[in-house]
Design a protein around this ligand. Sequence first.
Ligand code: EPU
Length: 339
Amino acid sequence: MIIRENQTLGKLNTFGIDALARYYVELSSTEQMKEFLDLPEYRAVQKLVLGGGSNLLFTKPVLDCVVLKNNILGISKVKEDKDFVYIRSGAGENWHHFVMHCIENNYAGLENLSLIPGNVGAGPMQNIGAYGVELKDVFHELEALNLADLKTELFNSDDCRFGYRESVFKKEARNKYIITAVTFRLNKTPRFNTSYGAINQELEAMGVKELSIAAISRAVCNIRRSKLPDPAIIGNAGSFFKNPEVEEQKFVALQMQFPSIVGYPLENKKVKLAAGWLIEQCGWKGKTFGDAGVHDKQALVLVNHGKATGKEIYDLSQRILDSVKEKFGVELEREVNII
Ligand code: EPU
């Protein structure tokens, strides 16, 4: 266990923001994590757990805390029954690597979530989702270390209180636990989910005759690559904002004024609006301000073209928020964690 001081985090967050961590330590097992957290000299220091660094924005040049890089690896089958296999992954595994492992072994359910950046441990934090599937649909349970007593606790799906890009770990349990492992309940017989229109279109363009989880995964990868910037090339953290929910009445009123507005009816008499559309209508798509910018193919994604600071990206997000509020009377909420 090596504890470093003044570690630069530029390569450890997908936005590529060059913040400095006062202390930094990489931990590759729960035991190591406990051992570190038990050290008296760091007990009072604030902790920031870093996984793949794909859903956060550092807005300060120096983080006066200890950054714990969660490197717990290992994928194993814990049990199976007639219909399901239960696959456990260390929180530090790369998400896409884990998805590929499951597809290669014919464990179905994660294919629509292919190519999402980040690590497995961050998945439940914000209930990652894409192309008609959310993590909660295939979640079984997770193990998390309670920072107060250093004991491992089990969380089932109800305990996690999953919502749209939400969980208890972004609310009451925020900064109180470190997720160390996640177990998924995957189907032995696939149930294909191609409800998201673009998947069918892509499968057709690919000339796929027989549907398979591998084919869906390839289709999802193709769609993502065509719309979303690769963080290895252009710094970004995926969707910067959530798609906002408005009352049906409000949606109808907006539709009268803006007939091409994009919205998806929900069960609770609400409508989820495509934030990308709202932002594009305000004229932000493809705009750059220094090195901070809005992606030219998906207005929901803010990008760092090189040396943008976190503050510059944050300020841009605030201007976008204000303009959407002014034009549509709709309040956007950031999806990315602001640190
Ligand atoms: N749109 C525009 N202009 C844009 C972007 C989008 O008009 O610049 C409109 C289009 O009409 C499009 C609709 O918005 O049909 C929806 O766009 P898209 O299919 O790209 O999905 P999204 O709602 O913008 C969400 C997730 C993504 C996920 C995709 C696919 C959120 C905040 N984002 O984006 O998740 O990949 O659906 O399921 O829910 C992420 O969370 O980081 C992420 C990338």
